[in-house]
Design a protein around this ligand. Structure first.
Ligand code: NAP
Length: 277
């Protein structure tokens, strides 16, 4: 008997920039599933109503992007990750209950595991730049891997201080002008700001790290950011933002369609080609 078609979507306002349809429809084809992944442009005012009718509209779940990630958390039963991060980006049904998680946590860790195996072994000090939603996912992920000390550097110091309240004493808030001093002792440097994105300001940073340091950038457009380029030129090990983007999609696909997909070189090339357009 032919299985009923399953559908998932990305909900955002706007949603046109999202690469999720490209990624999920690639996997749907690769695994030969009777399924479809769509794009849904929904305003903040209409979001709660859309989610209430998600199943009636034929969806087994969804990704959620800006500006709906906090609202998605409030409208669902979050797991520990979404709760800790304070934002949900993936929704799915179990029975009649709508559950949520934050797959940026898993995507960040899986990308580093794939690109720099053993990166977290004995990792004492990380420097995280940024204090937005992505930085919250990164800090939670690093704490899960028992990183002893996280210097959270942000332009707005007040925002950096909220991280200590949320995540505890292993997180040490720091001012933007303290960054260079902190980099010398860092074994992992993470850019979780929007700096370095195509069309925006670049990240101006003096990468005076130890030779064993690892550098990762969440920004994926451009494909190779100035930070990643500089780190590679200095011989440091790196993991880039596209890798995280692909790995964060794995869990949603598994939850909706029952297959845990692989992040392949072919998929990466497809997304890179789309970004170059
Ligand atoms: P967000 O909530 O808007 O936070 C932006 C952060 O950037 C804040 O810490 C902000 O500092 C900082 N910032 C912005 N302009 C700055 C400037 N001129 N100088 C210094 N700091 C500046 O954004 P987000 O959702 O956390 O996302 C951050 C980045 O991660 C984005 O590029 C996003 O695309 C990327 N991301 C990638 C993935 C992936 O899978 N690769 C997943 C999630 C996010 P203030 O607090 O001082 O304003």
């Amino acid at each position: 008997m032919k299985q009923e078609k399953r559908a998932a979507c990305v909900i955002g306002w706007p949603a046109g920039h999202s690469r999720s349809p490209l990624i999920h429809n690639y996997w749907i084809k690769q695994y030969g599933l009777n399924a479809e992944y769509r794009r849904e442009e929904v305003t903040a005012e209409k979001f709660a109503g859309f989610v209430a009718k998600l199943r009636d509209n034929g969806y087994v779940g969804a990704n959620v992007t800006l500006p709906h990630k906090e609202a998605a958390l409030a409208l669902s039963r979050p797991d520990d990750r979404a709760e800790a991060v304070g934002a949900a980006n993936t929704l799915w049904f179990e029975g009649n209950t709508l559950h949520s998680t934050n797959t940026d946590v898993e995507g960040f860790l899986a990308n580093l595991d794939a690109e720099v195996p053993g990166w977290d072994r004995g990792l004492e000090t990380a420097v995280v730049l940024g204090a937005g939603g992505a930085a919250r996912a990164v800090v939670y992920a690093l704490l899960q891997r028992d990183v002893e000390r996280i210097h959270l550097v942000n332009r707005s110091f007040e925002r950096a201080k909220t991280f200590r309240k949320r995540f505890g004493p292993r997180v040490q808030p720091a001012r933007w002008n303290e960054m260079t001093g902190l980099l010398g002792g860092a074994r992992l440097v993470v850019n979780a700001t929007t700096l370095g994105m195509t069309g925006g300001h670049d990240l101006d940073i003096n990468l005076r790290c130890d030779a064993a340091a690892i550098v990762t950038d969440l920004v994926y457009d451009p494909i190779e950011t100035t930070l990643i380029k500089t780190a590679r030129a200095r011989g440091l090990r790196t993991a880039d933002g596209i890798g995280m983007l692909l790995h964060q999609a794995v869990r949603g696909f598994e939850l909706w369609f029952g297959v845990r997909p692989d992040v392949t070189a072919e998929l990466r090339a497809l997304v890179e080609a789309d970004l170059r357009k």
